[in-house]
Design a protein. Sequence first.
Length: 454
Amino acid sequence: CSLARLKNSADVIAVLVIDRIAAKNQKQAVEMVATRRQSAGGARAASPARRAKSPARKPAARAKSPARKPRKQQAPIEFEFGGPLGALATTVFLPLVVIALAVACDDDFCVGYNTLSEFRVPSNLVTIKAFGVVLGWLAFQALLYVALPGDRVQGAPLPGSTKRLDYVLNGHAAFWCSIVAVALADHYRWIDISTLYDDFVPLAVASCILSLLLSIALYVASFRPAKPLLAKPGNTGIRIYDFFMGRELNPRISNFDLKYFCELRPGLIGWVCLNLGALAKQREVSTSMLLVNIFQLQYVWDALYFERSILTTMDITTDGFGFMLAFGDLSWVPFTYSLQARYLASYDAQLSTLSLVVITLLHFTGYVVFRGANSQKDSFRRDPQTAIDRGTTYLQTKRGTKLITSGFWGAARKVNYTGDWLMGLSWCLLCGFGSPIPYFYATYFLVLLIHRAL
């Protein structure tokens, strides 16, 4: 309100100044005419009247100019993650969390409720070997992305147009090729998969650094002369915020979609490999370790088997590819989601048979809800009319979006998140209650899902 009053006051002052100048010009004009009339003997008596009207018209015209050209008011920016300061804090803080969790849970030390004072930073945080492993893994996944056959489909329409990008669905094939390749390499002693457990900390550090470098390259490339399609959330003009959210919507090298590639392949499949490394490290494989590997392998398999569903998510259709997604896909997912297997490699929870049965039922209950709700949502997004004809009901929102109100979605607003979290909780429960570290996933995921549901 004070800004509006200040603006109105400025307009009034401008009009008064213009009128004052006009009056002064009018007085000078009258005096000039009077002087000429005296010298010319009144030959042009009508001229002063015409000249006297001219200044009176000019101030009126000038006085209206501020009203004709009002200042354009820009719509306020809707920030996420606490705005620019939150983006800066998250960019700095989250890599430290990944590294701290990796350090806090190894074969020599795993943070318990009474041992936080014993926390020590290892000396081998950065190694050339770790960078080579991460880069080699990315190159291997990129080769599978390009070489493996798959169905070619179109994604959702790009914002503001009817154009659609093409995608090749070969993630499921890449998943099995990766698992078989790693298993064969370990069997023939070309690699020792248990070293993934031994080098977990430097691998996490290397992944965080490479994610940061990729994010910087993506941000710089978004300013190229070709003017790529920008993502609305990451196009605010505030550098750190745009860097975090992602400025370019679909960065591509020819037909190689960088965001789509990173979304499911290197991080998710890498997560399974880290779990297998922990399993190989455990001398006598416990039931909890076996179940964690099975449950999480099923979770990753599901994501890649239903790869097409990712094309209708916000990550692909709305969010740009910046630090948030690059770090999340390549560092956060594999190195925080694998903490349960890492913990169990050294600490067997020794759960009872009844506990294991209940946890297994919890996992598969969550999976049924998760998969059923996501399949229903994806079908509705891809072909809403067919879904409506089959009895799907929905609620039209003020923003123009449609919320499903039948099936799984008739039970809860974000029912897919409920199923997702139940699965995550079951993984944590397999570790018992000897340490808070394995429960980081369930705690963090609950906070994230509550944020998304609001």
